[in-house]
Design a protein around this ligand. Structure first.
Ligand SMILES: [Zn+2]
Length: 152
């Protein structure tokens, strides 16, 4: 993979931690939910449970984000039928994005800005993960073990 910058990059120290984090859009004490109040891009597709939106200011044509119609925060908050339906609709979005010259589709869910469930579909990899320093394989394995233990 060829990165779109010259090396070496110079890391900046992180800013001060804010604990607790400030409320996000759509959370108690935060600004109103942009999705529920229609302050986002208009949906380019929808069904009874989901809406699909284009981004603004992006550099990846074909990038879209899928939101639930119901205001819930994350996968764990989705009603069971919607959680099951997510796979069906994600596959439809992926198939739609792999038309033409796109070989892979990446899905991302952050939820840092807003508390309304939405997942990004990107038609090619982002570079930011490659810019972060690696942690040890032992740290990766230990973190995966904690995730596995919580799956029970
Ligand atoms: Zn909402």
């Amino acid at each position: 993979m060829s990165l779109p910058y010259e090396e070496p990059l110079i890391p900046r120290p992180p800013g001060p931690r804010r604990i607790p984090e400030p409320p996000r859009r759509g959370e108690p004490g935060g600004p109103p939910c942009a999705i529920c109040t229609g302050k986002t891009t208009a949906a380019v597709w929808s069904d009874e449970h989901w809406t699909l939106h284009p981004p603004v200011g992006g550099s990846l044509p074909g990038a879209v984000w899928l939101a639930s119609r119901v205001h819930v925060d994350s996968f764990s908050d989705l009603p069971e039928p919607l959680a099951a339906d997510f796979g069906r609709v994600a596959a439809r979005v992926e198939r739609s994005l792999t038309l033409g010259d796109v070989a892979r589709v990446h899905l991302y869910r952050w939820g840092d800005g807003g508390a309304h469930f939405h997942v990004w579909f990107l038609p090619r990899p982002l570079v930011w993960e490659d810019a972060l320093p690696n942690v040890t394989n032992e740290e990766l394995a230990a973190a995966a073990e904690r995730v596995a233990a919580a799956m029970d």
